[in-house]
Ligand binder design. Structure first.
Ligand code: ASP
Length: 282
């Protein structure tokens, strides 16, 4: 059985000067996830490892390097979903957690809930030994200076050698958002979705992605027989047709087919498959 992984570093316009480091960050994250798959690891562990790598990279709007809300604070959203079992975990508007995707995974493992928000999510992290940090540590100087120019939500989707799919997404949200604002990322079927047909991670304006339940829409197209790359393109075209929102998505299907599409100027992507395919896009 083949395996593959695809990661994205967020829809938006990327300044030429930062393009090489962003694509290198995506590549490093894809390689981290790929190494998990190569060791016969699960798609779930692979997408988590890839997203943690991107959360720890200050260039991206997730974990360290997250964008600031109207009060100058970081509030994170993240989700992870196992396509084989439909189990999922998610956090919304949580502060002071170094790797929100790890907290999402803990919530998934603990059950019975899927999505915890704000103080409740932070309390759960404390009780379950998820690494906490001073919220100020997630703010990097570049974000303080000017965030609105470039985005950088991160996500990963993978198929493992056991034929299981998984997806994960993590973000600081949108610049200048109101405290408590929750985007598409932690909402299953909106920013993140995985089932037995496809794993999908989205990026772009969350309010518009939610309106069309973009991730589930793309997975449904695959379920109906669409090939991975046309499902990705068709889903983005649908989103563009229904909303004016900027959006992008990555997708893996159960045969290891890889798809990605965007209506934004840029979206760094790195995909790796065990047949030696490597795709890099900015
Ligand atoms: N989708 C994210 C949100 O709306 C932002 C992004 O992808 O850039 O929170």
């Amino acid at each position: 059985m083949g395996f593959s992984i695809i990661v994205h570093g967020g829809a938006g316009k990327i300044e030429a000067a930062s393009a090489p480091s962003r694509i290198a960050g995506c590549r490093a994250a894809a390689e981290t996830g790929y190494a998990v798959l190569e060791r016969n690891g699960s798609a779930l562990d692979a997408v988590q490892a890839a997203v943690v790598a991107l959360e720890n990279n200050p260039l991206f709007n997730a974990g360290t390097g997250s964008t600031l809300n109207r009060e100058g604070k970081v509030e994170n959203d993240a989700a992870i979903m196992d396509g084989a079992t439909l189990r999922a975990g998610a956090v919304a508007a949580v502060s002071g957690v170094r790797n929100p995707v790890k907290l999402a995974r803990k919530i998934m493992e603990a059950g019975p809930h899927i999505l915890l928000a704000g103080e409740g999510a932070h309390g759960f992290a404390r009780e379950h030994d998820v690494e906490l940090c001073d919220p100020a540590e997630l703010v990097v100087a570049a974000q303080r200076a000017h965030w609105e120019k470039e985005h950088g939500t991160v996500g990963a989707a993978a198929l493992d050698a056991h034929g299981h799919l998984a997806a994960a997404t993590s973000t600081g949200g949108v610049f200048d958002k109101l405290p408590g604002r929750v985007g598409d990322t932690p909402l299953l079927g909106c920013g993140t979705y995985a089932n037995e047909y496809a794993a999908v991670s989205c990026t772009g304006l969350g309010e518009d992605i939610m309106r069309v339940t973009l991730a589930r829409h793309a997975a449904y197209l695959v379920e109906q027989g669409a090939e991975a790359s046309s499902a990705a393109r068709e889903a983005i075209a649908y989103c563009s047709g229904k909303t004016r929102g900027e959006a992008g998505l990555i997708l893996v299907d159960r045969d290891g087919g890889l798809g990605f599409a965007r209506n934004s100027v840029n979206m760094p992507v790195c995909a790796m498959a065990d047949d030696a395919r490597v795709v890099l896009e900015i």
